[in-house]
Design a protein around this ligand. Structure first.
Ligand code: SAH
Ligand code: TRP
Length: 330
């Protein structure tokens, strides 16, 4: 194989370095000293976390991935025609499994020249870049390894009409105020010719929602507990993951799924790198993620707040999941 360092089609810029470890340390110190303990979800995705997430996407209970893929299959040709995109910028790109449906359509339309994946997990960005230049001859990949909350300004200048994609319902993992701020930042990446394609999970029967985040095989529980392995490794903490149960509950007032880890017994964990003892009462819960579920009205309002307007509302026949194509309001 050719040395990946000298491949002219690939450029990868990494902005993580020390900053990310500091961010985990800051997040852990802030989150573990609150009355309701909390950790932000971006730290789930080390290589083991990324692997477990891939398994979640294949679970029978986890309908979002297959539903979003089906919508993409039905609409990619139209999306390629409407956007005329020359480049695709993807936030939280992961393995870009579903993105191929869009890349195929843009490649077939003859407009595609560049793919810009943005993700915190460096290995995924590198592997995916290598695969894609082999699958799409002539494609350039400019990967940005970083935190999309801090490094959006590192996305390279547009090479032509741009389509920004944010799939998987990841927008739902932001708290509402941060979600609005983030959408405004995304809008800042868009010129008058550009579009945003965003995937959002929709409000539905709580039983269906809770099963999607608490599967029978326990993969999601394992994914949730992986966060404790990350803290043990990166911050020299001494969590015993088997001391914690996985909890997933729909909060009807907020219309979001809340993921928590519940301590089975009273005990104290030490986060040695922070010199921080953390006491857990028996049954105490720590919040690890929210996953907001949307209505069309909510999405319209959020987009409008960010200066965007809806171009296409794309959903499956059962309205389980939605893709929205939007553009800067003219
Ligand atoms: N787009 C894929 C993956 C979704 S999982 C899909 O639809 O299936 C969420 C992805 O976002 C993971 O790959 C994770 O590494 C990435 N991610 C989460 N928080 C992030 C952050 N703050 N900055 C950059 N990437 C992030
Ligand atoms: N963005 C995905 C979602 O909200 C992430 C996800 C799926 C997730 N299952 C999870 C995050 C379980 C933490 C735990 O659906």
């Amino acid at each position: 194989m050719m040395n990946p360092l000298v491949q002219p089609e690939i450029r990868i810029d990494s902005y993580l370095g020390d900053g990310q470890e500091r961010s985990l340390a800051d997040d852990a110190r802030d989150g573990l000293t609150r009355p309701l303990k909390e950790l932000p979800p971006k730290h789930f995705y080390d290589s083991r976390g990324a692997e477990l997430f891939d398994q979640i996407c294949e679970l029978p209970e986890y309908y979002p991935t297959r539903t979003e893929r089906a919508i993409l299959n039905d609409t990619a040709t139209e999306l390629a025609a409407v956007t005329g995109a020359v480049e695709l910028v993807e936030l939280g790109s992961g393995t870009a499994a579903k993105t191929r449906v869009l890349l195929d359509a843009l490649h077939a339309a003859g407009t595609l020249t560049r793919y810009v994946p943005v993700d915190v997990t460096e290995g995924m960005v590198r592997d995916c870049a290598q695969e894609l230049i082999e699958e799409y001859p002539g494609l350039r990949v400019h990967g940005v390894v970083g935190d999309f909350e801090r490094h959006l300004d590192r996305v390279p200048d547009p090479a032509g009409p741009r389509l920004v994609v944010f799939l998987g319902g990841t927008i739902g993992n932001f708290a509402p105020s941060e979600r609005r701020r983030f959408l405004a930042q995304i809008a800042g990446l868009l010129g008058p010719e550009d579009h945003l394609l965003m995937g959002t999970d929709l409000v539905k029967d709580p039983e269906v929602l809770e099963a999607a985040y608490d599967d029978r095989q326990g993969v999601t529980a394992e994914f949730n507990r992986n966060l404790l392995h990350v803290l043990n490794r990166e911050l020299d903490a001494d969590f015993d993951p088997s001391d914690f149960d996985h909890v997933a509950r729909f909060d009807a007032g907020n219309e979001w799924i809340e993921m928590r880890l519940r301590s089975r017994r009273a005990h104290t964990v030490t986060v040695r790198a922070l010199d921080l003892p953390v006491h857990f009462a028996a049954g105490e819960e720590m919040r690890t993620e929210i996953s907001a579920k949307f209505t069309r009205e909510r999405i319209d309002e959020d987009l409008a707040d960010a200066g965007l307007e809806l171009v296409r509302w794309l959903t499956d026949p059962e309205e389980q999941f939605a893709l929205t194509l939007s553009a800067p309001a003219g």
